[in-house]
Every structure is written in structure tokens, then in C-alpha cells.
Design a binder for this molecule. Structure first.
Ligand SMILES: [Zn+2]
Length: 437
């Protein structure tokens, strides 16, 4: 787009030849945030490390303009917890319900516990209660051959149907998507390929049978061909029976895979994991704005300085500083011009300018004693979980308030404005998940 786009926060947009004078207030919807993870209650690997600060996490998100959060349900327990959170923060938090490929070992005959973990709450909690992290794990994959427990599978799908049906009777729209579900061949140590394939197919059949259907919140990692094949089996070769659309979140696949998903009418969700390498960023460049959604996938997938995408954040900050300096210079020039026009005010204005200089000088002197400013500033203080303090973020625990970084990096990669990215993602998300009520 050659013309500057001036967009109001209410969504009305108008093209004009001159840059907009009104500053744009960004708005975000985090389509994938694992707020049901106990880490947001201060619990790490089953141990309480600091006070429950979930309300502060939601508060920080809203403060930066991330006013809608779609909390991922990835097991029976996290889906129920996500729905509870949606009731707690009506109009801000929404939920999905489904069984993640990494939680799909409940379909396997060797799984001991009752599949609905919420019924065994309190026992054996720990590592397993966390949502699976995004990074591939070098642990040994579980081999096929164990088969699927078909009787158990029937019960699981019946229980999931009940969970979804009950959630849909709520007068307020907490449940906005079916998922998270799909395939993850990078993490076969949680669940074998054959059990993942069964879990995905069984849930797709359920999703297709719902009336009306729900939009889909999908996960596909290193499994593209099987992923697309099963989707087509359930919804037709053009996904023509998929009524409400869907998003493939945390996308890290190839350009061709992404194009195939877009051609099928699906949306692409990007987070910090989508900018790790130069190849990843090349893929993001090709995502149509009309297909883009933004997410943090917190507590995972934060953008790190080692990631290729980081340089776009640095560029953004450099440009923001230059813009601010140019604006200040323009204001000073305007003031000087005014002084020439009205010499009698010169003395007073000169004094004012002197007064303004002083704090700047003091600041510069103060800075000499401080350590170097980070190239990408943190909006909130970040502390280690052992040194938790109120109002601070926890190091290594990604939060929805960092979603502005995702928008800035996408804008940098695609060479468009942050405003265009935010408004496109907002419109796409509202269209599919209807979270604007
Ligand atoms: Zn996922």
C-alpha cells in the first residue's frame, strides 16, 4: 500500500496522502495463551514459588492493548480451567477445548489414569500439569505398536462432547473454538504417532458433527502431509464442510505448507517460535495480512535476542527514537520561529529553554553510573521467579503483554506498519472467533 493508512482504534479506516496526525493506539487479541498453566498461579513443576499473579498478568495484557485473550485448552483439565477463567474475566478471556497431540496418550492402552485428569486432581501433579513447551525435546520418542484403546477412546470423545455441549449452553460465549488439537511429530516422546493420528481423527470427526460447528484451533508440527490429509478426510478436499474456519497456530512450517493452508481457507497464527531462523522469517513475509493472527503462546515461545526476528525489534526501537528526536527538533524549530516573530517574549522563552535543558543534563550524568540501556527496552520490570515481586514479570515466563513484539516483528518483516498488522489480525480474529461481543 503506497498511501499512509490512518486507522482509528474503533476500526474505521481511511486512506490519506499525508501521514496521520492522530497517533494509533494498537489493539491485540492473543489467540493462543496458556493461562490455565499453573505457572501463572506461581506453581512451577508442582511447587509453589511465588504468589498467584494471574490477575496481574491479565491486567498487564489489557494495559498494553491486548484486551482479548483466547486461553488454550489442551487437555480435559486445562479446557475446564480455561472455561473457568473465561467466566472470571468475562469479555476479556475466552476459551478453547480440546486434546493436544502431546496430551493424547490418554487414548493409549498403556495410560493408567482416568483420562479426565480433573477427577484425579491433587495426586501426581507436577511436570504433567504444565502445558507442553513449544521446543522439540530430545527425549526418546514413544514407538508405535501399542495401539489405541478403542473403548477408552469412545469414552474420551463422549466426555469431550459433554464438556463442549455444556459449555455451549452458557449464556455468555466463553467457548470460542474446538482445540487445541492436531499433530506434533517433533514431540513423539509424549505420545506415539499412531495414537496422535487416532486422537486427531477422532476429534475432527466430533468437530465436524457439531451443530453448529465451532472454529478450529489447530496445532501442526513436522506433520504437514498427515495433518492436511486428515483435515480433508473430515471436511472435504477443499474443507468445504468446515463451517467456521480455523487457525493453524504457532506456525513454523515451510512457505509451500503455509500457502497450502491459506489456499484451504485457514488462518496462520504466529508467535516468537515463528521468528527463530531466517527461513522462519521468510515464511512470515509471505503470510497474507488477510490470513494473519497474533499470539504469544505464553508461558512459552518468547522472542529472544538469539532469534532472527529480534533484529526487527531493534530496528523498530531505533526508528522510534529517531522519530521522537525529529519531532522534538521540529518543535524546537517552531518555537525558535515564534521567538523571531515575537522578540519581546525572547527573554522568557530563553529561560524556559534553560530550565528544560537541566533535567536532560542531569539524566545524562546519571546514566554514566548506570549499566548500558538494553537495545529493546522492557515495558515492565523482569525478575527471577525466586525474586518475585508485585508488578514484575517473571524471567522466562512469557506473558500476553509481550504481544506488541510479535506485531512489530511481523510489520518489520513484511515492510508494513504496525497499525496494518494489528488491525488485520484483529479483524481476522473477530471474524473467525467472534470475540468482539
Ligand atoms: Zn500448539
Amino acid at each position: 500500500m503506497a498511501e499512509a493508512l490512518s486507522t482509528q482504534p474503533n476500526g474505521a479506516s481511511s486512506a490519506s496522502a499525508a501521514p496521520s496526525l492522530t497517533t494509533y493506539t494498537p489493539r491485540y487479541i492473543d489467540i493462543g495463551i496458556n493461562l490455565a498453566d499453573p505457572i501463572f498461579r506461581g506453581r512451577y513443576h508442582g511447587k509453589s514459588r511465588h504468589p498467584d499473579d494471574l490477575k496481574a498478568v491479565v491486567g498487564r495484557a489489557v494495559e498494553v492493548g491486548c484486551t482479548k485473550l483466547i486461553v488454550t485448552g489442551s487437555s480435559f483439565k486445562s479446557s475446564r480451567d480455561a472455561l473457568k477463567l473465561a467466566k472470571e474475566f468475562p469479555g476479556t478471556v475466552f476459551a478453547t477445548a480440546g486434546i493436544h497431540p502431546c496430551s493424547s496418550s490418554i487414548f493409549s492402552p498403556s495410560h493408567h489414569k482416568h483420562h479426565d485428569e480433573s477427577q484425579s486432581e491433587g495426586e501426581g501433579e507436577g511436570e504433567a500439569e504444565h502445558t507442553p513447551a513449544c521446543d522439540p525435546d530430545p527425549s526418546k520418542p514413544i514407538a508405535d505398536g501399542d495401539g489405541v484403546d478403542l473403548v477408552r477412546s469412545k469414552h474420551i470423545i463422549a466426555d469431550l462432547t459433554t464438556l463442549i455441549t455444556q459449555a455451549r449452553t452458557s449464556p455468555t460465549p466463553e467457548l470460542v473454538a474446538f482445540g487445541e488439537f492436531g499433530l506434533d511429530y517433533d514431540r513423539l516422546h509424549y505420545c506415539s504417532k499412531e495414537v496422535q493420528l487416532h486422537s486427531f481423527a477422532a476429534q475432527l470427526a466430533l468437530a465436524a458433527s457439531l451443530s453448529p460447528q465451532l472454529p478450529l484451533f489447530l496445532h501442526s508440527r513436522a506433520a504437514h502431509a498427515d495433518f492436511v490429509r486428515l483435515l480433508k478426510d473430515a471436511f472435504g478436499p477443499r474443507l468445504e464442510r468446515l463451517e467456521k474456519g480455523g487457525v493453524v497456530h504457532s506456525f513454523t512450517g515451510t512457505v509451500d505448507e503455509m500457502r497450502e493452508l491459506m489456499d484451504l481457507g485457514l488462518y496462520i497464527g504466529v508467535n516468537g517460535c515463528s521468528f527463530k531462523t531466517a527461513e522462519n522469517c521468510d515464511v512470515v513475509k509471505e503470510i497474507e495480512l488477510s490470513r494473519l493472527m497474533l499470539e504469544t503462546d505464553g508461558p512459552w515461545c518468547e522472542v529472544r535476542p538469539s532469534h532472527e526476528g529480534w533484529k526487527y525489534l531493534v530496528e523498530f526501537e531505533v526508528k522510534a527514537k529517531a522519530d521522537a528526536a525529529a519531532a522534538a527538533a521540529a518543535a524546537a524549530a517552531a518555537e525558535a520561529a515564534a521567538v523571531v516573530a515575537a522578540p519581546e517574549e525572547q527573554a522568557e522563552t530563553g529561560q524556559r529553554r534553560e530550565r528544560r535543558k537541566k533535567p536532560q543534563q542531569q539524566q545524562q550524568q546519571g546514566k554514566k553510573n548506570q549499566k548500558k540501556e538494553p537495545e529493546v527496552p522492557e515495558r515492565y520490570k523482569v525478575v527471577k521467579k525466586e525474586k518475585w515481586e508485585e508488578g514484575a514479570m517473571v524471567k522466562g515466563r512469557n506473558e500476553p503483554c509481550t504481544i506488541d513484539r510479535i506485531a512489530k516483528i511481523v510489520a518489520g518483516i513484511k515492510g508494513v506498519s504496525v497499525e496494518e498488522v494489528c488491525e488485520a489480525a484483529w479483524a481476522n480474529t473477530v471474524k473467525v472467533f467472534g470475540v468482539d461481543s
